[in-house]
Write a protein that binds this ligand. Structure first.
Ligand code: ZN
Length: 141
């Protein structure tokens, strides 16, 4: 009969169902469709209970999709780079590397100060409980 659809009812076999979803989702021509389009593609030939739920779970756990799909939320705007400093040590980035093995002097962290212009680095030993005042003293020293 014209217009009729023949479905293959897939048995209750998680590996088989996963394999079918993978073939449709990872087909180079399909290009990792979202769950709605994936269900439509699978429905052309196959059916099983909870196909929609299985497709949603499959797409949600696809590592390629998680890494590459653009966010559907509002855009993030343009990158706003910091201005380039005019002189060395005019603008300095600071970071703590913490929870290191404790030294004989009792230090377990390092304050890393980098000049944003020359990328010159100064390191200062400190502790993970270093206060703002202690950090300022280290910085000026
Ligand atoms: Zn994917």
């Amino acid at each position: 009969m014209e217009g009729s659809v023949t479905w293959i009812v897939v048995p209750n076999d998680d590996a088989l169902r996963h394999d079918i979803l993978a073939r449709f989702h990872e087909d180079p021509l399909a290009g990792h469709p979202g769950s709605t389009r994936l269900v439509k593609l699978v429905w052309r030939s196959f059916w099983w209970p909870h196909l929609v739920m299985d497709a949603e779970n499959f797409v949600r756990t696809c590592s390629l999709c998680q890494h590459n799909k653009a966010l559907s939320s509002k855009g993030r705007g343009l990158l706003q780079p910091l201005p380039v400093p005019d002189a060395p040590w005019e603008s300095v980035s600071m970071d703590f590397v913490v929870a290191l093995p404790e030294t004989e002097g009792g230090y377990d962290s390092v304050l890393v100060m980098v000049d944003r212009l020359t990328k010159m680095v100064h390191l200062a030993p400190c502790t993970s409980s270093c206060t703002a005042e202690q950090t300022a003293r280290l910085f000026f020293r």
